[in-house]
Structures are given as C-alpha cells and as structure tokens.
Ligand binder design. Structure first.
Ligand SMILES: C[S@@+](CC[C@H](N)C(=O)[O-])C[C@H]1O[C@@H](n2cnc3c(N)ncnc32)[C@H](O)[C@@H]1O
Length: 210
C-alpha cells in the first residue's frame, strides 16, 4: 500500500464534489463495459466495491433486486446517496466498507469494482480477491487501471504516488487462486481493462469440471 486507507479516504473526501466533472474517454469506456458485463437479473444482489459516487451502483440498480455500495470515503458516498435520491432509486444503499472487509455478509450474486482496486498493493489485491471469492458471487467484474504490457511512464492513467496498478497476469492468477474462472479480458487501453471472472454454483471455478 502506497498510502493508508485513511489517506485515500481523505483524498477522495476532498475531491468528492468535483469527482464526476471530468472523466476520461477511457474511464467512461471502462465503466460502461463493467455495467454491461455485470448484467444483473431482477433477482440479483450486486456488491459494488470502491463505489465512489455510485457510477456503477446507480447504473445497475434499475436492473437488480438490490445494490450494496461500499467505500471508505463518506464524501464520495454522500454524492452517491444524493444521486440515488434524485433518481428515486430505493434499492441501493451506500455504507463504509473496504476491500479487505466489505462489511457485508449477505448473499451476493454479482460483485463489481471500477477504477478502485489499483489503490491497493498487489498482495492486498490478492487478499481482496480472496475475500470476494469467499462471498461466493457468481460473477466478479473488475474494471481498473491494469497493465497489458510495459506501462508507458508518460501515460495519464496512474499517479505513482497514490496508485499501484497490477499486471493483467497477476490479477488473472489471483482470480484463479480464489476459485474463479476468467471468462473475459477486455482491453480498453494498454493500461485500462475489464476482467470478468465467474464461479460455478458449487463455489468451484467451473461446476462442470470433471
Ligand atoms: C477513482 S474512485 C472510483 C469510484 C467509482 N467506482 C467509479 O467508477 O467512479 C476510487 C474509489 O475507491 C475508494 N477506495 C480506495 N481505497 C479503497 C479501499 N481500500 N476499500 C474501499 N474503497 C476504496 C475511494 O474512496 C474512491 O471512492
């Protein structure tokens, strides 16, 4: 971890009111892919980690039974709650929770996370993916800054002082170790991508495996 959870929370609290204003084309493409790939059904519970101002949670709420948003920044979640109220969405809630401890132990069908896990060090990402696997979702859709090749140091997608993106290979291994099968790898940019990981109904990577 380059910064503590408290440091990240304070940083996002400070920029929460402007967070939605300027978003890159790549961020938007990534968020749209996460929303499309999450594809919850009307009975599904979605857990969105690092939910921020609710870009993913609020977009999925009309299609899901319930959306649980978790974040460490109260300022970001205040923005999300305000938008949920404006849109009349009553099946979405936002409360404190970390990747390490999402503070949610109910049933979950789909886990999403967009542009948030790169704040964790690689060993913490592995731990987070283990924690998510233990919740036994059918699907985990991760959109984030991630390296498809050697990162271009002049590219704008991460700030080395606060961000710690992983390689796609490390994330793929972590999914497999946590009992997921990686079913899609979508490259948005050589430093931005969406990974879709799924689990069989028995909690194994593929329930049809012999
Ligand atoms: C760049 S924002 C992304 C927000 C949102 N998912 C989106 O797509 O716009 C990253 C979010 O991750 C949250 N975050 C950072 N570290 C976290 C952690 N360890 N656990 C949970 N959330 C975290 C921050 O507070 C922030 O709201």
């Amino acid at each position: 971890m380059k910064r503590s959870v408290e440091d990240h929370a304070a940083r996002f609290d400070a920029k929460a009111s402007e967070y939605d204003d300027a978003k890159s084309e790549e961020y938007r493409a990534c968020a749209n892919l996460v929303i499309e790939r999450a594809d919850p059904g009307p009975e599904d519970v979605v857990l969105d980690l690092g939910t921020g101002t609710g870009a993913i949670a609020l977009a999925l709420a009309p299609d899901a039974a319930r959306v649980v948003g978790r974040d460490i920044s109260e300022g970001m979640m205040e923005e999300a709650r305000a938008k949920a109220g404006e849109r009349g969405l009553e099946n979405v809630g936002f409360d404190y929770g970390t990747f390490r401890d999402p503070a949610y132990d109910g049933p979950v069908d789909v886990v999403t996370s967009n542009f948030a896990m790169h704040h964790l060090a690689d060993d913490e990402k592995r731990e987070a993916i283990e924690v998510i696997g233990a919740l036994e979702p059918g699907r985990f859709v991760l959109g984030d800054v991630m390296f498809f090749g050697e990162p271009d140091p002049s590219a704008p997608f991460f700030d080395p002082s606060v961000d710690d993106p992983a390689t796609v290979g490390l994330l793929a291994d972590a999914f497999t170790d946590a009992g997921f099968s990686l079913t899609a790898v979508e490259r948005v940019h050589d430093q931005v991508g969406v990974l879709v990981a799924e689990r069989g109904p028995t909690g194994t990577a593929d329930a049809n495996d012999p």
